[in-house]
Structures are given as C-alpha cells and as structure tokens.
Design a protein around this ligand. Structure first.
Ligand code: UD1
Length: 422
C-alpha cells in the first residue's frame, strides 16, 4: 500500500489552483438520476470518491461520457438497476445519496445500509423518516434499505418535515426526493452548507422549483419531470481551508486560485486570529504569516455558517505548533478527535476531555511513522509532517486520496516535501 513520505521544512510559499468541491459534486452526480435528458457537469474533481459514485451510477445503467478535465455528460434514461450494492456503499457512505433520487423518479430503491465509520456511528434515520413522511415504504432486509412508494400512485407526496438534527446528507436526499414529489414539501431545520446551495442551484437549472435556498427552511413545489442542464461545480472550500492552514502552520504565504472566500468566513476569521494577513478577490484568497509563528486559536465545530467539522483536525495540527494553549471542541461527530494520538506521537501536547481537546503549542514537532484514520484526520498529519523535524511516514493514505486532488503535486509546487512511496 502507498504511503506519504514528508520531510519537514521551511515555510510553504506559492500559488495553487483549487479543485471542484467533492461534497458538492457527489450529491450533484446523484441528482443526475432525476433528469430525463443528459446533464453536463464541469469542475468535477478527480478523486477516488467521484470514481466510486460514477461506478455506482454506471452499475445502474447511467451512461457516462467525458472526463474530469473536459467535463462529464451523464444520461440516466436507461436505468436498469435500482441497487447501491454493499461493496460500493462500504467504501463511500455518500452512496446513500442515490436513495432520494431513485425513489422520486422510479418509485423504487435498494441501497445497502451504511454502517458506522471511523468518526462515529453516523445513522441515516432522518433520511428514512423524511422519505416515509413523503409516502415511502421502507424495509430493512438483508442489510439493505428497500424503499418503494406506499400508495398506489407512482409519486412521492409533498409533506412538512422537521429534521431534528441538522444533517447535510439528509437535507440533500430529501431535497432531491421532493423536487419530483406531488405537491409542496417544506423541509425545516435544513442544513445550510454551501454544497446544498450548489445542489439546489443545479436542481433549479434542471427545472425544479425551490424557495429558501441557503436558509434552514426549504420550500419545494414538486414538478412532473426534470430536464438536463449544464452545471459548473463550486470550488472545494475544505481543500481551500486545508492549504490555508498548511501555509499558516509553516509560517508561509500562499495564494489560492479558482476559489472563493464567500463560504469560508469562519475559517478565515480563525486564521486572522492566528495572526495571518488575508486578502481576497472574486476568485482568489491570499494568506501571509509574515514569517511569524501562529497564535493558538480555540474553536468549536457546528453546522454552517459556524466552524466546519471538516476543518477541525487541520487547525489542531496548526495549534500543535502555535504559541499558546487552545481548546478544540467537536460537536458534530462523536469520534472525530482521532488524530490526537498520532499528533502526540509526533511530539504534540494534546489532552482529551470528552469531546474537547486541550492543545498546548510546542516549538517544533518531530517526524514519526503515523497512521491515517479518516479523510480529514489524514490532512492534519500531512500538515504536522510539514512542520516536524525529520521524516514523517503516513500509512493508509487511501483516506486522503478520497478527497484531495493531486495533493502531492500541489504541495510540491509550493515547496512542501511530500512524496508518494510504495
Ligand atoms: C457531510 C459531509 C462531511 C461533513 C458532514 C458535516 C458529504 C459527502 N459529507 O456528511 O464531509 O463532515 O456533512 O458537515 O457531504 N445524523 C443523524 N441522523 C441522520 C443523519 C445524520 O443522527 O439521519 C447525525 C450524524 O451522525 C452526525 C450529524 O447528524 O452526528 C451530522 O451528519 P451529516 O450532516 O448528515 O453528515 P454527512 O451528510 O454524512
């Protein structure tokens, strides 16, 4: 299995182009199941998770042409299979996102029940309860969610549904189901993540009627059918944030292109608190630490627009070498401070109390062999490796390949010594 070899060094410096958003592209790819003519998607990142979603759609009979650099054209008019098999769902939980679209357009879906994962138990009860409220009949059989439409009509029914936890995937699944339902659906306490806004804009481009986009109350007037469209996926705000933090931790300066500060307010605010000078334009963000050591910043994760859980571990790596003491509290996933023990192996001073990590900054970390455990935790180990003395070897980097396009080339282009070794 491949590993990353990282040699800690000086400040990162240079310019990087940010890729399309993984977490927007995944639901958008699933939403192509709703269209009765081909959909063209551009700015889809080249990542393992995207390949998995494309394999899943192909296995159902979706015809996919094109590639990541020129755009994909997806035609879902000849679907022959309504199953998301265990083999694919176990490698990518976001496969659950085909449930809503399949049910809404074809009245049937068999999706392997996603299990827990390294960062927590991650139930899908809200996805299922919302679909039931829209008239779906759901059975769990042989490890599969078998969904059909309960009434004799072939369409889901509009409903008023309050999600008792803010869920990104749940909001996306129910939104994709509601756009083809009969009548009006109101989704209350909806997640407001920018990726949901991107999905909603794509659905509108396909002919969907959605009000309240970007708010916690979405009103959807179901339509009979949706047509194809051309859509450009938004930039990846988590990839953007990861490179900003890497530059800050190494006391460097960086300019990120093809991205936007609009969706990164909470992250940029914390970086400024850490001492970064930040400038932004329409499609770029620049960070300069002016050669200084970052100051420790405390934070607490929460649904958008608050601080994103997907950026928590990267900030922990920066705080590990920052000046001062910080508290990092994780409120979204129960086991998402998994990187703590690996960072401590590299000389960090981090103690855990429940869902809060107390980080006492040290001058330098020391390189060590470490193990990646999930996508974002692996990003924190790369950042730690870049600020450590000597060599860090990261195992199980397949986690990082799920979500960071061309990470080795991108880090090398700004002076980071990151190589992939067999
Ligand atoms: C998405 C993102 C992930 C991010 C997370 C939170 C994708 C592909 N993934 O994951 O990167 O970290 O949002 O911003 O976009 N929950 C329930 N019942 C449900 C659904 C969720 O209790 O039916 C709980 C989860 O266990 C978790 C919380 O709600 O504690 C938030 O999860 P959710 O927003 O659904 O995360 P994902 O959509 O899986």
């Amino acid at each position: 299995m491949d590993k990353f070899k990282i040699l800690g060094g000086g400040p990162l410096s240079g310019e990087i182009r940010i890729s399309g958003s993984k977490n927007a592209a995944l639901p958008i790819l699933a939403a192509t199941l709703l269209a009765n003519s081909p959909v063209t998607l551009t700015n889809v990142p080249q990542l393992k998770d995207i390949t998995t979603m494309n394999s899943l759609l192909s296995s159902m009979g979706v015809k996919i042409n094109g590639d990541a650099s020129n755009g994909y054209v997806l035609d879902s008019n000849d679907i022959t299979d309504f199953t998301a098999p265990y083999d694919l769902v176990k490698t990518m939980r976001a496969s659950i996102l085909v449930l809503g679209p399949l049910l809404a357009r074809y009245g049937v879906a068999n999706v392997s029940f996603p299990g827990g994962c390294a960062i927590g138990s991650r139930p899908v009860d809200i996805h299922l309860r919302g679909l039931e409220a829209m008239g779906a009949k759901i059975e769990i059989d042989g490890g599969y969610i078998r969904a059909t439409i309960a009434n004799s009509s072939s369409r889901l029914k509009g409903t008023h549904f309050l999600m008792d936890t803010v869920t990104v995937g749940g909001t996306e699944n129910l939104l994709m189901a509601a756009v083809l339902a009969d009548g009006k659906t109101v989704l209350e306490n909806a997640a407001r993540e920018p990726e949901i806004v991107d999905l909603a804009n794509m659905l509108v481009a396909m002919g969907a009627k959605i009000e309240g986009i970007g708010t916690s109350s979405l009103t959807i007037e179901g339509v009979e059918s949706l047509h194809g469209c051309t859509f450009n996926v938004m930039p990846d705000r988590i990839e953007t944030g990861t490179y900003l933090v890497a530059a800050a931790a190494t006391r460097g300066r960086i300019k990120l292109m093809a991205t936007s500060a609009t969706y990164l307010e909470a992250v940029i605010f914390k970086l400024e608190e850490a001492g970064a000078r930040i400038e932004t334009g329409d499609d770029w963000i620049a960070l300069d630490m002016l050669g200084k050591r970052p100051k420790a910043v405390s934070l607490k994760t929460a649904p958008y627009p608050a601080f994103p859980t997907d950026m928590q571990s990267q900030f922990m790596a920066m705080n590990a070498v920052a000046e001062g003491v910080s508290h990092i509290t994780e409120t979204i996933f129960e086991n998402r401070l998994v990187q703590v023990s690996e960072l401590n192996r590299m000389g960090a001073h981090i103690t855990l109390e429940g869902n809060t990590a107390l980080v006492t900054g040290v001058e330098r970390l020391s390189g060590a062999p470490v193990m990646a455990s999930d996508l974002r935790a692996s990003a924190s180990l790369v950042i730690a490796g870049l600020v450590a003395d000597g060599e860090t070897l990261i195992e199980r980097i397949y986690h990082i390949d799920r979500g960071y396009e061309a990470i080795v080339a991108k880090f090398q282009s700004i002076g980071g010594s990151v190589t992939r070794v067999k």
